[in-house]
Each structure stands twice: as structure tokens, then as C-alpha cells.
Design a protein around this ligand. Structure first.
Ligand SMILES: [Zn+2]
Ligand SMILES: [Zn+2]
Length: 340
């Protein structure tokens, strides 16, 4: 089979690999679509590699069950599924509580384990979530970023209690837009987001944002009084100061962005507001609260409503071009999806 692999700093390429065989408890999927995300770009362009050359990348996987390993029950060949791309010990206290993302032995498919930029992948059956046939594979592969949004909003207590009156999302990339979509699906009364590019602003409105703030305009957010601010930019962005300014007293800042440097905060302002900071990593599968299941439910309910996020679909043979498009801020890309 073909596999899109990391080839050293700044480089990806296509290689031939043997078709993987599912072991006990595992399932082989034919990949239908695999999203390319900011983490993939960061891994490829980071000067200090966090991934081994030769590793198959891609963690936003949707596909069709192709073959079952010994002992797998509950799935049949031909079913549409998405993958929760986590591998954890299964034994520690967080794992037993379904909080695999804080397991000390956490690994990700598409990073330490072979991922979905390939014709096929083998994963444990317990990491699969069924997707309705009506959901095309590229839309189904959005389950991963949507599960990130679901998890963050749940950790910020936004799912179990009355939705906060005012939500501000910082950033309108895939994760920011997924937060807008999930918040609107959950009935949030007021959702605003910042956006840097016009195509992001357009999509945010399509997904139900009430207001879009131009991220480059330096708008004064004091008096915005958001009950919840969700940060989705990360990197080296200076977003934590505006998050504190926009926050209402007693509010929560939920951090989904992956920061790669130290943060600048205004501690006195956060003190005066008794702000709560909530970091959020990946997704969880607590009993009755499986973030992937909720993500699939929201995507299925939205029909074509979230398809606008899927700006570019690139064949697996052109994996290098997929990374170029995703890395070029002027390409108009939100989600680049790789199709075998
Ligand atoms: Zn991702
Ligand atoms: Zn564990």
C-alpha cells in the first residue's frame, strides 16, 4: 500500500509499505479520508523533530472496516467508522476513568504509531466509532477536530450546565470553527469569534457565529464580558492577554491552542476576575460522555452544514502538495483532506 511519511525536517513523501494485518482485538480500515492538521504541519516543520523519519502521519481518519483481527466483535466489514487516534496504557487511574488523553503513556496514531495518510491503517477496535453512511468520508474525518472542541467545552463545564450566555472563540481555523459549530449545536445563545482571514469570517457566520471580530484590527475587547473564552490559536500567539481582557468576572478561559513558547498573562487582571484557566488535550471517553460519539452526532446532524470547512481535497499521491496548501496562509485553506 501507499503511505505518506515524514522524511526529516520540512519533508514528506510517499512510500510503499506492506498492507498491515490486524492482530487480536484490532481492525484494518481502508482509509476514505484523512485530515491534515496544524499539528502535522508543526511536526514536519519543527527544527527539532518530534517524530521519527519514516513514520506514517495523519490522525484525522475516516474509513471503511476492511478486515477484523481475532476476537473482534461488534464490527463488520464494510461499516463506516472514524478513529479516536489515541493509544494509552488502559491501566492507570485516568485511563480507567476514560481520560486517556492524560495517561502518562499516551501515544497518537499518526505520530508514534502509523497513521492515516495511507491506503489502510490498523487500529484497536475499541478506538472506532461508527459513522452514518450518509456522512461522506471527508466530513466524517472532521470528527477528530470536532471531538477536540467537544472535549474542551465539556472540561469548561459548558455541556452539563446552562450554556454560558456569552462565548468568545479566539481563532477561526478548523478548531475555532469546530468550537463555533459545537457551541451552536448545544444551543449557546451568543457565540463570537475572532478571524484573521475573510474566508474564515465567512465560514464562522455560516456555522452560526453571531459576531466575527477582525483579529488584525486590534479591537478593544474590554467590556466584552465573555463567560467563556476558548483559545484555539496557540503557537507563539499573544492571545492570552486579550482572552483575559475579554473575560467576564468569574469566567473561564479554555485553552485548545498548542502553545510552543511561554505565555504572557496579566495575573492581576485574572486575579481580579477570579478567572479559571482550563487546558484541554485531545478527547476523552468517560462513560456516557464519549467525545468522538458526540462529535459524530453533531456532524451527522449538520448534514452538509459543516462541509464548508473542507476547503481542499488532495489525492494521497500528492501528499507533498497537501502540506504546501495547508502551510500557505494565502491558499484560503481551512481543512486540507488527503484522499487515498
Ligand atoms: Zn489534528
Ligand atoms: Zn493510562
Amino acid at each position: 500500500m501507499r503511505a505518506g511519511v515524514y522524511r526529516g525536517p520540512g519533508k514528506v513523501g510517499l512510500v510503499e509499505r506492506p498492507l498491515p494485518e490486524p492482530g487480536p482485538g484490532e481492525v484494518r480500515l481502508r482509509i476514505g479520508a484523512c485530515g491534515l492538521c496544524g499539528t502535522d504541519l508543526h511536526m514536519v516543520h519543527s527544527p527539532s523533530p518530534i517524530i521519527e523519519p519514516g513514520s506514517t502521519m495523519g490522525h484525522e481518519m475516516a474509513g471503511i472496516v476492511d478486515d477484523l483481527g481475532p476476537g473482534v466483535r461488534g464490527f463488520a466489514a464494510g461499516e463506516s467508522v472514524v478513529v479516536e487516534p489515541l493509544a494509552s496504557c488502559g491501566d492507570c487511574e485516568p485511563c480507567r476513568d476514560g481520560r486517556d488523553s492524560i495517561c502518562r503513556k499516551l501515544q497518537l496514531y499518526g505520530l508514534r504509531r502509523p497513521g492515516g495518510f495511507a491506503d489502510a491503517v490498523v487500529v484497536p477496535a475499541h478506538r472506532l466509532y461508527r459513522a452514518p453512511r450518509s456522512l461522506p468520508a471527508p466530513s466524517a474525518s472532521l470528527a477528530e477536530p470536532f471531538a477536540v472542541a467537544v472535549h474542551g467545552l465539556r472540561l469548561a463545564d459548558a455541556g452539563s450546565v446552562t450554556p454560558p450566555a456569552r462565548l468568545l472563540v479566539l481563532g477561526a481555523g478548523t478548531i475555532g470553527l469546530a468550537v463555533v459549530a459545537v457551541a451552536r449545536a448545544w444551543g449557546f445563545g451568543y457565540v463570537a469569534t475572532t478571524a484573521r482571514y475573510p474566508h474564515q469570517a465567512r465560514l464562522a457566520k455560516q456555522l452560526g457565529a453571531h459576531d466575527v471580530i477582525d483579529a488584525g484590527a486590534g479591537e478593544d475587547l474590554s467590556g466584552f464580558d465573555a463567560d467563556l473564552v476558548v483559545e484555539t490559536v496557540g503557537g507563539l500567539a499573544d492571545t492570552m492577554s486579550p482572552a483575559g481582557i475579554a473575560l467576564a468576572p468569574g469566567g473561564t478561559i479554555c485553552i485548545l491552542g498548542v502553545f510552543t513558547g511561554l505565555l504572557t498573562l496579566d495575573p492581576l487582571m485574572l486575579l481580579g476576575k477570579e478567572a479559571r484557566l482550563q487546558w484541554s488535550n485531545c478527547y476523552a471517553r468517560r462513560p456516557g460522555q464519549e467525545d468522538f460519539a458526540e462529535a459524530v452526532r453533531i456532524l451527522a446532524g449538520a448534514g452538509d452544514g459543516c462541509a464548508g470547512l473542507l476547503t481542499h481535497q488532495v489525492p494521497l499521491d500528492e501528499i507533498e502538495r497537501a502540506f504546501e496548501i495547508a502551510g500557505d496562509k494565502r491558499s484560503g485553506a481551512v481543512k486540507v483532506t488527503v484522499i487515498p
